[in-house]
Ligand binder design. Sequence first.
Ligand code: HSE
Length: 405
Amino acid sequence: MNTIKIGLFGFGTVGQGIYHVLGQAKNAHAEIKRICVRDLSKPRSAAVPSALFTDKPEDILDDPDINLIVEVIDNPEAAYDIVTTALRRGIDVVSGNKTMLARHLPELIDLQRRHNAALLYDASSCGSIPVIRNLEEYYDNDLLLEVKGILNGSSNYILSRVFDHGESYSQALDRARQLGFAESDPTFDIGGWDALFKLIIITVHALGEYVAPERIFTYGIQNIHDADIRYAREKGMKIKLVAQVAKVSDTAFTMFVMPEFVGPEKYIYSVDDEYNGVVIRGECYDRQFMFGKGAGSLPTASSILSDIMARRHHYRYEYKKMAYLDRPAYTTDVTLRIYARYRTTDIPAILPFRKITEMYISEGSNYVIGDIQLSDLIARRSELDAPDIFIANLSRFFSDRDVSR
Ligand code: HSE
């Protein structure tokens, strides 16, 4: 069996993890031939031969000996250039860059087909949990109804520390950064964007549909307040940042990212710290639950290793569901029941609730619980960033299908 010769782009948290994991993986028959970094002068571990490093992408892209590119850099634009150049030259790529993938998947799928090159990216979504390949292969049928879960380790870590350990939000965020879970710009994590990008990738493999980021309602945890935590505790619940894609009928599906009140009967209630949890629901098999480390150097590197090995066996995503007949269409015409806490902003005036089921007014803070169309939330999205507002989903049924876990 020929050795896989890897050109590695990026030597940050994940890149170093890959170096370590490949050193242990005797059966991988894979070696890192070159590592391209942005700043050659940065001090590196003495354990890594300095001759491996370069700051010139062409030292990898032009090397005929390199037969696999592994791209784990931070910058999505630079990642796009590397990945598209490699695919156009027929070189296979493993990538962990969810931002780049979520923005460019249709083009990247086309490039793979036209140039007969493969792009694998299980590491991009939920770190060590093998979500993508399972959705693509095992769930290659019409039964799948919903994929829902905690897809961002950093925000889950912060919420866990705040809920279970009484830490302050900013302490917990600092710790998530130190531990290497958070993005270089952590607003990506806490604003829900990281979970959104993963959800977009997951949806391509779950339902064969690509939906662009700007069409999807995304709301993070940055405005969470003691009052929200108190409310959740009083009800025996936690607040989690949840991403979901769900069929709402035979012909339509919806998707969104927002905080959600989660009771102890739900699988994701006990998904804490940087762990991710994904509930897959379908006809006939009902619910299945995947749990694992969603962030961090070695968990993510383990997923990259799995993609490297998959490529050794010539595995590629076939995007089979994109060719399915009668694929469901994306809709935002669904009713959600939400909790909206506010102080000075007049939430009942801004949000066109169809029904209000509970309202609480006090001097310190107010909240309203009611039913609202997802399309109305999208239309008022920019107003919901006001710092005195926090909204969260109360999980409930879409149509007659129980999607409550
Ligand atoms: N910042 C991401 C997270 C890293 O916290 O989940 C893994 O994608």
